[in-house]
Design a protein around this ligand. Structure first.
Ligand code: NAP
Ligand code: GLV
Length: 315
């Protein structure tokens, strides 16, 4: 019974944490798999396609990420339970990221940074939080936590999901029918959707043009976009075009169509774009490994696994 760690980043840290948690655990780190028949569980982040198929006794796959789009893109993914990572460590970090960037754009920090670079001491009018409408696309584990963090500042909150939600202090919109009304009431859009066939490319020029026009006064010059979901949700060139056309005022992007973001992307140097390297919620290896060992234990004891992915739904 071995645990295989196959991760495009921090694999050695996961292995170290696993050995520290359970000294008796047989831990293998891809590509040094050893006897493939020994592996019963795989802890993975973006493993090479086909790797998991070659493990005849695999009984459980645990995703290091909350999003499982790259795993589901593998046509040879074995038909065994797939659990995604859901944990206060990740959820807390994401709530911080969203709150940080909502505040950053609400308080016009891209403009203040630019003024500072020119040593210009200038007052810019800003609305109070209770005058700013924040729309959260994806009202799942992370969207709900972000809403709760933002609620503390008094923002007016809207949420959009596939199905209706009842979250305290958040006006709920859902499905294609609810999208227009949701966007029309959104000054700052925070995106925490999973990447699925239904959501791929949803953040395009057309969607940006449907965002609230109301925010465009002297105090909040236009809608801001925060995407910490997946790069495949957005069309990078549409974001740059919407910023230049004034459909978007500013953006914070943690994820991109291609990662790392190519040096040729105009987003790197746009004065009103904040680029972060897909680190909105990079969890501690110890938290991920503790979670993984708990799932392995649950499976051994015949208890229900937590946060099973619905493969058909895609998240
Ligand atoms: P979750 O709990 O599964 O929530 C997903 C939400 O998206 C749900 O509210 C769901 O609606 C909604 N949704 C899915 N498909 C939709 C559609 N077609 N139309 C409208 N709403 C739709 O997932 P989570 O744990 O909050 O994570 C969300 C995503 O964040 C992950 O999939 C991952 O891509 C991303 N993420 C990024 C980072 C980072 O560091 N940047 C870290 C962690 C996660 P229903 O509830 O109605 O089904
Ligand atoms: C990170 O992107 C994750 O899905 O957890």
């Amino acid at each position: 019974m071995a645990l295989l760690i196959a991760s495009s980043s921090r694999a050695d840290l996961f292995a170290e944490a696993a050995r520290a948690c359970d000294g008796d655990l047989d831990v293998r780190v891809a590509p040094d798999i050893g006897r493939r028949e020994d592996v019963t569980c795989a802890l993975v982040w973006q493993p090479p396609q086909g790797l998991l198929k070659g493990l005849p006794n695999l009984r459980l796959i645990i995703s290091i990420g909350a999003g499982v789009d790259s795993l589901l893109a593998d046509p040879t993914l074995p038909d065994v339970p797939l659990v995604r990572f859901v944990d206060p460590d990740l959820t807390g970090r994401m709530a911080e990221y969203v709150a940080l960037h909502v505040l950053f754009h609400h308080r016009r920090m891209t403009e203040f940074r630019e003024l500072q670079s020119r040593k210009v001491w200038k007052y810019l009018p800003e609305p109070a939080a209770h005058e700013v409408r924040v729309g959260i696309m994806g009202l799942g584990v992370l969207g709900t936590a972000a809403a709760s963090a933002l609620g503390a500042f008094g923002y007016r909150l809207r949420g959009w999901a596939r199905t209706p939600k009842s979250v305290a202090g958040v006006s709920s919109f859902c499905g294609a029918d609810g999208l227009d009304a949701f966007l029309a009431e959104t000054d700052i859009l925070a995106v925490l959707l999973p990447l699925t066939p239904a959501t791929r490319g949803i953040l395009d020029r057309k969607l940006f043009s449907r965002l609230s026009q109301q925010g465009r006064d002297a105090r909040l010059p236009g809608p801001a976009l925060i995407n910490a979901g997946r790069g495949g949700l957005q069309i990078d060139t549409d974001i740059a075009a919407a910023l230049d056309a004034g459909d978007l005022y500013a953006a914070s992007l943690d994820v991109f169509e291609a990662e790392p973001l190519p040096a040729t992307s105009p987003l790197w140097s746009h004065p009103r774009v904040v680029v972060t390297p897909h680190n909105a919620a990079e969890s501690a290896p110890s938290a991920i490994v503790r979670y993984a060992l708990r799932q392995m234990q649950r499976q051994r004891c015949g208890e229900p696994l937590e946060n099973l992915v619905d493969i058909r739904r895609g998240y």
